[in-house]
Design a protein around this ligand. Structure first.
Ligand SMILES: [Fe+2]
Ligand SMILES: [Fe+2]
Length: 229
């Protein structure tokens, strides 16, 4: 696409949005590296370990492509710097607290990755002015959905292994996620550039909130019910 077509303001916002997306994708590489170690620490089956390693590689590709988009819109290279990793590698709960790990996987994977997949699919659909971004979002949607499935598989396995404490921790994580969803209801100021950004595959906050609600109601809650939670 001709990136000189959007206004300077839209290009600047697109560059910032892609840079922010890229940083989140980049941080996800570290999350999956940690998750892989955590899976091994609790003796999870090798297919889950393999899926976590693959997910980390997917995130490397997402980060690289998103930094590429940011660079394109900014007109200069944008890339990752050192990633602050203040939490120790296993997080505050320690490596073998299965209930805490299942709760974290629920929040980060079952909720955030699932909703990330829906956001990516929606971005692909709206993205009519940047064919490269449309292809990228389509790929990201498929892969984030797989990452969500990995989290559900780990939660199922943890429930089978750990019983009541895991059940209680995942249920509490679900309740916390529902509360977060209920409070982020404040008004969002629409910008005249929102449509131009959507056409470049960049959702605005109103879109994201609607998708979060839909993902929670249509996927997260029903899947919890199938697990008897
Ligand atoms: Fe990703
Ligand atoms: Fe992901």
């Amino acid at each position: 696409m001709d990136v000189s077509a959007p206004s300077v303001a839209v290009r600047r916002r697109a560059a910032d949005a892609w840079a922010e997306i890229a940083q989140l994708e980049h941080a996800s590489v570290a999350s999956f590296a940690r998750f892989t170690l955590q899976l091994m620490a609790v003796g999870a089956p090798p297919q889950l370990v393999a899926a976590a390693l693959q997910a980390g590689l997917d995130e490397v590709a997402h980060a690289r492509a998103a930094f590429g988009q940011a660079s394109r819109f900014r007109g200069e290279p944008v890339g990752p710097g050192p990633l602050p990793l203040e939490r120790d590698v296993f997080g505050p709960a320690g490596p073998a607290d299965l209930a805490a790990l299942a709760a974290d996987a629920f929040t980060e994977g079952c909720v955030n990755e699932t909703i990330g997949a829906l956001e990516a699919a929606s971005a692909a659909e709206m993205c009519v002015d940047d064919p490269g971004a449309r292809i990228l979002w389509t790929r990201i949607a498929e892969e984030e959905a797989r990452h969500g499935e990995l989290a559900w598989a780990f939660v199922r396995w943890s429930l089978a292994q750990g019983g009541a404490p895991v059940r209680a921790a995942v249920r509490a994580a679900f309740d916390r996620a529902s509360e977060v969803l209920a409070v982020d209801d404040g008004a969002v100021v629409a910008s005249p550039d929102d449509d131009a950004l959507r056409r470049l595959g960049l959702l605005c906050e109103t879109d994201r909130r609607a998708i979060r609600r839909r993902g929670f109601a249509e996927i997260v809650r029903p899947t919890m019910e199938t697990l008897g939670l």
